[in-house]
Write a protein that binds this ligand. Structure first.
Ligand SMILES: *[C@@H]1O[C@H](CO)[C@@H](O)[C@H](O)[C@H]1NC(C)=O
Ligand SMILES: *[C@@H]1O[C@H](CO)[C@@H](O)[C@H](O)[C@H]1NC(C)=O
Ligand SMILES: *[C@@H]1O[C@H](CO)[C@@H](O)[C@H](O)[C@H]1NC(C)=O
Ligand SMILES: *[C@@H]1O[C@H](CO)[C@@H](O)[C@H](O)[C@H]1NC(C)=O
Length: 298
C-alpha cells in the first residue's frame, strides 16, 4: 500500500465496514469499533420547523484527531445547494444571499437555521471531514417546514334543514397552514366515512346525505399539519321534523288566514285604483306558508 488511504480502502473492501479501531501513530488498525474515520451521530433525522421559526439540525462527531473538521451542509435538490461550508465554526467564503444572517454552525457540526422559509424544506446532507481521518463522517437530516394553521371555520349552506330532505354539505376552511389534513367531529366524537356521512377524499368536505333527526348536533372540524392543529368553533345543525314543519307552517297559515279574513272583513272597498285591496291577497297567494294553510283548511 503506497498510502494509508489505499490500506483503508483495502480494509473497507475486506470487511465491508467503514469503521475500524486504529492506533494512528503506528498505523495499526482493528476491524471493529473505533475509527480512523469521523464517527457521526445524528440523534434525530427528522426535524419539523415552522415558517419564521428555527431548526436545529443536530449532529455530533468523534474523531481521534484534534484537528478542526471541515463541515459541509448541502440541501438535496436536482442540483445540490451548498448551504454552508466551514472549518470548525468559521464559515468559509460568503453565504448565498438566501442564507445570509440565517445560519450558524456549532463546534459539533450542528447547523442552526433561523427564520425558516417554506423553501428550506428538504433533505440536508452533512459531511464532516478531518484531514487525518480517512473516512468522512456522513449523514442526512430531513427538515420539513410548514406554515402554522390559523383557526378553521365551517361553511354550511343552511344551518337548519328538514329531515329526510336534501344533503347538507359542510366545508372546513382555513386561511393559513400547509400540508393540512382534516378531521370531523359530531358532538365531540370523530366521524368516519360511513354510509350517510361522506367525506371528500381530502376530508375537507363533509356531506350528510338524507339528514335525520339524529344529525341535529354540533359539528367541528380539526385541521392538522406537522407543526400543530386547530379546531373550528362548533357549528350547530338544526334538523326539523317533517311533521313539525307542517304544524309550524299550517299554524302560521291559519293565523295568517284569520288575520287576512279579519282584515278583509273590516275592509271597505275603496274606489281608488292606485291602492288596491288585492295587494295583501296576491302576496298571500305566493306565500308557500299561506298555501299550506289553504290546503289544510280544504
Ligand atoms: C460512534 O459513536 C457512537 C456514539 O457516539 C458509538 O455508540 C459507536 O460505537 C461509535 N462507532 C464507532 C465505529 O466508533
Ligand atoms: C451540538 O451542539 C449544539 C450547541 O451546543 C447542541 O445544541 C446540540 O444538541 C449538539 N448536538 C449533539 C448531537 O450533541
Ligand atoms: C396568514 O399568513 C399571513 C402571512 O403569512 C399573515 O399576514 C396573516 O396574519 C395570517 N393569517 C392568520 C389568520 O393567521
Ligand atoms: C369516502 O367514501 C367515498 C365514497 O365511498 C369516497 O369517494 C371518498 O374518497 C371517501 N373518503 C375518504 C376520506 O376515504
Amino acid at each position: 500500500f503506497k498510502q494509508k488511504k489505499d490500506f483503508f480502502i483495502f480494509l473497507r473492501f475486506i470487511f465491508g465496514v467503514k469503521q475500524y479501531i486504529c492506533i494512528r501513530k503506528n498505523m495499526f488498525c482493528f476491524s471493529t469499533g473505533g475509527v480512523l474515520a469521523v464517527n457521526m451521530t445524528i440523534p434525530n433525522t427528522l426535524i419539523r420547523g415552522t415558517v419564521g421559526g428555527e431548526a436545529l439540525l443536530s449532529v455530533r462527531y468523534t474523531s481521534f484527531s484534534v484537528d478542526l473538521p471541515v463541515i459541509k451542509w448541502q440541501l438535496k435538490r436536482e442540483k445540490d445547494v451548498t448551504v454552508v461550508q466551514s472549518i470548525g465554526t468559521d464559515i468559509i467564503g460568503t453565504l448565498r444571499p438566501d442564507y445570509r444572517d440565517r445560519i450558524l454552525v456549532f463546534e459539533n457540526g450542528t447547523l442552526l437555521l433561523h427564520n425558516l422559509r417554506l423553501s428550506d424544506d428538504g433533505t440536508y446532507d452533512v459531511e464532516i471531514s478531518i484531514t487525518d481521518d480517512t473516512f468522512t463522517g456522513e449523514g442526512s437530516i430531513t427538515l420539513t417546514v410548514d406554515e402554522s394553521i390559523s383557526r378553521p371555520y365551517i361553511n354550511m349552506e343552511s344551518s337548519s334543514v328538514l329531515e329526510l330532505s336534501e344533503n347538507v354539505v359542510l366545508n372546513c376552511s382555513h386561511d393559513n397552514g400547509t400540508r393540512t389534513t382534516y378531521r370531523w367531529f359530531k358532538g365531540g366524537k370523530p366521524l368516519t366515512n360511513v354510509t350517510r356521512f361522506v367525506l371528500s377524499t381530502d376530508q375537507k368536505f363533509l356531506t350528510i346525505t338524507r339528514v335525520l333527526m339524529a344529525d341535529d348536533d354540533v359539528y367541528t372540524c380539526m385541521v392538522e399539519n406537522p407543526v400543530g392543529n386547530m379546531t373550528s368553533l362548533p357549528i350547530r345543525l338544526t334538523v326539523y321534523r317533517r311533521s313539525s314543519l307542517y304544524i309550524i307552517l299550517s299554524t302560521g297559515g291559519i293565523f295568517l288566514l284569520i288575520t287576512l279574513v279579519t282584515v278583509c272583513a273590516c275592509w271597505t272597498p275603496s274606489k281608488k285604483p292606485k291602492h288596491p285591496p288585492r295587494k295583501p291577497l296576491s302576496r298571500f297567494h305566493h306565500s308557500p306558508i299561506s298555501h299550506t294553510g289553504i290546503v289544510l283548511l280544504n
